[in-house]
Ligand binder design. Structure first.
Ligand code: SF4
Length: 169
């Protein structure tokens, strides 16, 4: 009997999509990974949007709305292993600049009808809301590091990724 493949899902919150594009850019390696997992949710790349449970969830983007805050709770419940990818998801991203400013003032400057916009006062990393199993930093992430983390998970070994994104020597 054929063994079931681990179910992998890719989710997006407030972000520019650049980290997901990095994953798609690593075509050959992605095909190798795709053979080992079943990609069941990846709206930016496929038409598949299946419900959980998921074995591996990759999360891009920060939490900026009440709906985001509720949605990430459900994703956490549905996912065995949750990995955040990129500066938006791990630190709040460029959109977190508003955390030190007046959000209402920004909205009045940008939108003709700011009263229709519902947004949280701050942009926060995913780990402020749910337990995160692994954080892959970068803007965008390094696609080879991402593939390495996924492959290490599938092989049940520790990922070979640098502890720091810059040299500290
Ligand atoms: Fe885009 Fe950078 Fe955020 Fe990735 S971390 S989604 S590249 S802004």
């Amino acid at each position: 009997m054929e063994q079931e493949k681990p179910r992998l899902a890719v989710f997006k919150f407030a972000s520019c999509d650049g980290c997901q594009l990095s994953l798609l850019d690593a075509e050959d390696q992605l095909l190798a990974v795709a053979g080992a997992v079943e990609i069941v949710y990846f709206p930016e790349a496929t038409s598949r949007m299946e419900d959980g449970p998921y074995d591996i969830a990759l999360v891009e983007g920060s939490i900026t709305t009440l709906h985001d805050a509720e949605r990430i709770q459900q994703i956490r419940k549905d996912s065995k292993y949750l990995m955040t990818i990129g500066a938006c998801a791990t630190a709040g991203g460029i959109q977190a600049l508003r955390n030190w400013a007046d959000t209402d003032e920004f909205m009045r400057a940008v939108y003709a009808k700011p009263e229709y916009i519902q947004v949280l006062e701050s942009s926060t990393p995913i780990s402020d809301h749910v337990k995160v199993d692994f954080e892959l930093r970068g803007c965008p992430i390094n696609q080879y590091q991402l593939i390495e983390v996924i492959q290490s998970l599938l092989a049940g070994r520790k990922p070979r990724t640098p502890q720091h994104s810059v040299c500290l020597d």
